[in-house]
Design a protein around this ligand. Structure first.
Ligand code: NAD
Length: 298
């Protein structure tokens, strides 16, 4: 496939993914509603255009990394969406949107002869910078193979299935586990601190024992114990992922009581501390209810 692709949505994830493509010699035509992030990428060689449609007129393959399902719907199928572009033939969605939205967009674009591939990613901004994301792809297998040269730059690829939305279901299952680990590790460590334990020693023990997760391994040491709250993923996005997972369980007719409790703690984090704040603020909800502070002793 051509080494000229489009990229829309240059945020915490989009910019480092786009930079990896530039490093591999790709020519990128990019757009973001925030001109500052687009100009920053222009410094690294990307061609910045003024609209979504200008991207779709310039290339046959467009990658998108956008915050919410509604924005993905608008950018792909809205009045000024990719669907109206003269050249685009394949849209690869790296965002987390849920299976229902992926199926809807797939059908709308297919009616215009454009293939939509859902390809959500996991591994955070660090994984995007290092090119070590888990890249989950659903769509035609031939398309998966055609996209491999470009997507292998951002991480390890997994073919999830041939039906639209399957990769989104995979991603939501993964992120439910991440959201649950953050919430339950916060409760467990909060309880220990209330009893007089040192939270740094607790995290060391958990990481040497059976309670270990990415919350205890990465997020507590880097962003919670030093009270930085700057891991790089917003509370709004985490809350969105758990909500989408529960919407999917409803659509499937299965009940998920543990996920429901996890959703409630993220709703409180979102309401009390703000969706734009880092998701590690979840511990503050627990700290308030327990009357403790989970902080490394200096
Ligand atoms: P972000 O908010 O940092 O970036 C989104 C970018 O999209 C911003 O630059 C914004 O200006 C741009 N944008 C918004 N509306 C637009 C529009 N209409 N047209 C063009 N650009 C528009 O979000 P992010 O953290 O980079 O996440 C992107 C997606 O990846 C989300 O769906 C998220 O759930 C998913 N994701 C994020 C992470 C993470 O750790 N941040 C990890 C895995 C998956």
């Amino acid at each position: 496939m051509s080494k000229h692709v489009g990229f829309i949505g240059l945020g915490a994830m989009g910019t480092p993914m786009a930079e990896r493509l530039l490093k591999d010699g790709y020519t990128l035509t990019v757009f973001d509603v925030n001109p500052t992030v687009a100009q920053a990428l222009a410094q690294k060689g990307a061609q910045v255009v003024a609209s979504v449609q200008a991207v779709a007129d310039a290339v046959d393959t467009v990658l998108i990394s956008l915050p919410t399902p509604d924005i993905v719907k608008d950018v792909t199928t809205g009045d000024k969406g990719l669907i109206h572009g003269s050249k685009v033939k394949t849209v690869v969605d790296l965002s987390t949107t849920g299976a229902g939205m992926a199926q809807w967009v797939h059908a709308a674009l297919a009616a215009k002869g454009i293939e939509f591939v859902d390809s959500p990613v996991s591994g955070g901004r660090g994984g995007a910078i290092a090119g070590t994301l888990a890249v989950m792809v659903s769509g035609q297998h031939a398309t998966y193979e055609r996209l491999t040269p470009v997507l292998k730059n951002i991480g390890k690829m997994f073919f999830i299935g041939d039906k639209p939305g399957m990769a989104q279901t995979m991603k939501l299952a993964n992120n439910l586990l991440s959201a649950a680990a953050m919430a339950i590790t916060s409760e467990a460590v909060g309880m220990g601190v209330k009893a007089g334990l040192d939270p740094s020693i607790m995290i060391d023990v958990i990481n040497a024992g059976s309670g270990m997760s990415t919350a205890s391994r990465d997020k507590f040491p880097r962003a919670i114990l030093p009270r930085k709250f700057d891991y790089g993923f917003t509370t709004a996005l985490m809350y969105k992922d758990v909500r989408l997972c529960l919407e999917e369980s409803q659509a499937l007719g299965v009940s998920m009581p543990v996920a429901t409790a996890v959703r409630d703690i993220w709703k409180r984090t979102n309401d009390d501390f703000g969706g734009d704040k880092d998701f590690t603020n979840v511990i503050r909800v627990i700290e308030q209810s327990m009357g403790v502070e989970v902080k490394a002793k200096t």
